[in-house]
Design a binder for this molecule. Structure first.
Ligand SMILES: Cc1cc2nc3c(=O)[nH]c(=O)nc-3n(C[C@H](O)[C@H](O)[C@H](O)COP(=O)(O)O)c2cc1C
Length: 170
């Protein structure tokens, strides 16, 4: 059995959040469309999984409206946010915001291939088709194939998330 390192702290919600908060990430908005309604959610769990085939994953909490939406949609978009999109990230992380029209205050466009909404203030955009969904505690791990992508020609600074707060890196 593995021994806990000297001075190890108990694993609680709080210590888990603090430890994982030391892992700096980028910030994305994941989007999909179901029955003509756009859904969007801020997510920093986006991870590259495989190059051949090109796969990414996102972990979606059961207790979000986006969970049902992404499973129903089958195709989804990812916008990798730039530093100007701090307010956008906060907006799509706000629990209980209106569902219908939530994209109206945010500059966005539509993917030519899938029709999902993509956030303008981003460094790269992905079109993704779900290939598998795996249980992951209180989240589902949604793995998808990247079926289209675009990168900003002159990328600015990236929006980051570290120790519970937004920052940026060039
Ligand atoms: C920086 C940041 C990253 C987040 N990443 C995720 C994530 O990867 N998966 C997730 O399920 N929720 C994540 N959240 C929380 C959701 O954005 C939040 O619960 C959102 O309100 C869900 O919206 P919905 O209930 O309308 O679907 C994140 C929040 C923030 C601020």
């Amino acid at each position: 059995m593995n021994e806990a390192p000297a001075g190890a702290q108990p694993v609680t919600d709080s210590s888990f959040r603090t430890a994982l908060g030391r892992f700096v990430t980028g910030v994305t908005v994941v989007t999909c469309r179901v029955a003509g309604v756009d859904h969007a959610m801020t997510a920093n769990s986006l991870t590259s999984v495989s190059l051949d085939p090109p796969l990414v994953l996102v972990c979606v909490e059961h207790d979000t409206r986006f969970h049902e939406a992404i499973l129903a949609a089958g195709v989804w978009g990812v916008s990798v946010l730039d530093e100007s999109a701090r307010g956008t990230a906060s907006w799509f992380a706000t629990r209980g915001r209106p569902l219908v029209g939530q994209l109206d205050p945010v500059a966005h466009h539509r993917s030519a291939s899938t029709g999902v909404a993509l956030i303008d203030a981003a460094l790269a955009w992905l079109d993704v088709r779900t290939v598998s969904v795996h249980p992951g505690g209180d989240h589902s791990v949604v793995i998808g194939e990247v079926i289209g992508l675009r990168v900003a020609e002159e990328p600015g600074a990236a929006l980051t998330f570290y120790r519970g707060g937004y920052g940026s890196v060039d």
